[in-house]
Design a protein around this ligand. Structure first.
Ligand code: NI
Length: 148
């Protein structure tokens, strides 16, 4: 059976502020720039979820889109859309950077999708910022704590 990769695109809007108490005010500004604005700000995130599967001889399909859509909706979009990421329990001890976000989304979906199906997470944060993660599991305690 031939294996193909399929990428689906999703959208969510969320607010955040990049700030860590491990750094001084000056250092925070230096590292995070405008994203350190004390009032926070929002992004219209574009999420790419890439999964793989064997191409079914009869349907020609490698992945059930409706199942994937439902999983992403319930696991990721319902959790983050129109929320303040800094208030999500998974970000209690880490910054809401695109890097940490793709890591978290990877772990959340890995726990819900069939074994071996998830291939890559891509996330557009701004016109010029794109983040990717393709495992291994970060196994963050926060994933278990919030029950996915
Ligand atoms: Ni930002």
């Amino acid at each position: 059976m031939h294996v193909a990769s399929v990428t689906r695109r999703y959208h969510f809007a969320a607010a955040h502020r990049l700030h860590t108490e491990h750094l001084s005010e000056e250092e925070n500004w230096k590292v995070f720039g405008k994203c350190n604005n004390p009032n926070g700000h929002g992004h219209n995130y574009t999420l790419f979820v890439t999964v793989r599967g064997g191409i079914d001889a009869q349907t020609g399909r490698a992945v059930a889109f409706d199942t994937l859509d439902r999983t992403v909706q319930q696991t990721v979009l319902d959790r983050f859309d129109h929320q303040d990421l800094n208030h999500d329990p998974a970000f209690a001890d880490r910054t809401t950077t695109g890097e940490n976000l793709v890591l978290l989304i990877w772990d959340l979906l890995l726990a819900q999708l069939p074994p071996g199906q998830l291939e890559k997470i891509g996330l557009i944060e701004t016109r010029d910022n794109y983040f990717e993660y393709a495992g291994p599991a970060a196994q963050s305690a926060a994933v278990g704590r919030t029950g996915g």
